[in-house]
Design a protein around this ligand. Structure first.
Ligand SMILES: Nc1ncnc2c1ncn2[C@@H]1O[C@H](COP(=O)(O)OP(=O)(O)O)[C@@H](O)[C@H]1O
Ligand SMILES: [Mg+2]
Length: 295
């Protein structure tokens, strides 16, 4: 399916409607961006083991979950439990997993261009300008003029128009991370995969980036899988939260699995002080092995 608009649009060519993800950010923003785009992600019996001296170590097992098109899924879990491993499987960066991962209706492909990935470090090319770095994310067949126009739109979306000509060393960490997000979006991904994208930023910049992610989501409608170690970030941004961890009924069995999938109530932006969120927060912290009375 092709995009219905002739004007440059931030939406993906593979367009499908988001499932009633009505948020306060939706109104208005979408009208300037055209149709929304998003693909579902289906994990079925996903497992991953790595060879270790004389044997194998199971990191993930029996991960079953369908992420709806347009949904924001946060993935939380103890450090080293396999969050990045799961994201790499969805990006087509790792072919060694068992089970199946579908992007849309089809199995994930190596370096799947229907997805785009963002990391904790912005990974920009230091010798290129911000504009040129974002352009690196464009699909390879994009014409020069359409590409330049698309990058201009993306820089506007992430608030970097004035910094287009600067090099990465000439911008702040938050700005570099915005550029990195814009580069991921340049691919017009049906699924945006973010691995602790705001983890290296100061607290204030992180809050601004969270707002930006919601704006981007409202404008593009893309499905988002967001790995975060910040429970409050997950509660603010996600429709659902996947807690990866050992199965409580069989804690000695190696490998993390879909320990809990929580639906976060209320539309965004959410009231950080609500009793409902506080209860979810405690339950999540408990699942992560943290005493919620102390944090
Ligand atoms: N290519 C690999 N070879 C061997 N072990 C790996 C590889 N990739 C990840 N692991 C191991 O798998 C575990 C989970 O890693 P990771 O997914 O990065 O955890 P998380 O993102 O949840 O912190 C870690 O113990 C890590 O050392
Ligand atoms: Mg990780």
């Amino acid at each position: 399916m092709t995009a219905v608009t002739t004007a440059p649009s931030l939406s993906s060519p593979a367009s499908s409607a988001a499932p009633g993800q009505s948020t306060a950010h939706d109104d208005g923003a979408r009208t300037s961006a055209g149709t929304s785009s998003s693909l579902p992600v289906t994990f079925s019996g996903v497992g991953r083991s790595f060879p270790v001296d004389g044997g194998t170590r199971t990191v993930l097992r029996d991960v079953d979950l369908t992420v709806a098109p347009g949904e924001i899924l946060a993935i939380v879990g103890a450090s080293g439990c396999g969050k990045s491993t799961l994201l790499r499987a969805a990006a087509g960066l790792d072919q060694g997993f068992s089970g199946s991962v579908l992007i849309g209706e089809e199995p994930v492909r190596p370096h799947d261009h229907r997805t785009a990935m963002g990391f904790q470090e912005p990974r920009l090319m230091p010798w290129r300008t911000i504009h040129q770095n974002v352009a690196l994310g464009l699909p390879s067949r994009t014409s020069r003029s359409a590409g330049a126009e698309q990058v201009d739109l993306l820089l506007e979306l992430v608030g970097l128009s004035a910094a287009a000509g600067r090099r990465p060393r000439e911008v702040s960490g938050g700005m570099a991370q915005r550029a990195s997000l814009a580069r991921a979006l340049a691919r017009r991904p049906g699924v945006l995969l973010l691995d602790e994208p705001f983890g290296a930023l100061d607290a204030l910049t992180r809050l601004k980036m969270q707002d930006l992610l919601l704006d981007i989501h409202a404008q593009t409608g893309t499905t988002v899988l967001l790995v975060t170690h910040d429970v409050d970030e997950a509660l603010q941004l996600a429709d659902r939260i996947l807690l990866l961890g050992a199965d409580p009924s069989d804690p000695d069995r190696p490998g993390a699995t879909t320990r809990q999938v929580l639906t976060v109530p209320g539309s965004r932006p959410r009231d950080r002080g609500s009793a409902e969120l506080a209860a979810l927060r405690s339950s999540l912290l408990e699942g992560l092995g943290v005493d919620s009375h102390r944090h």
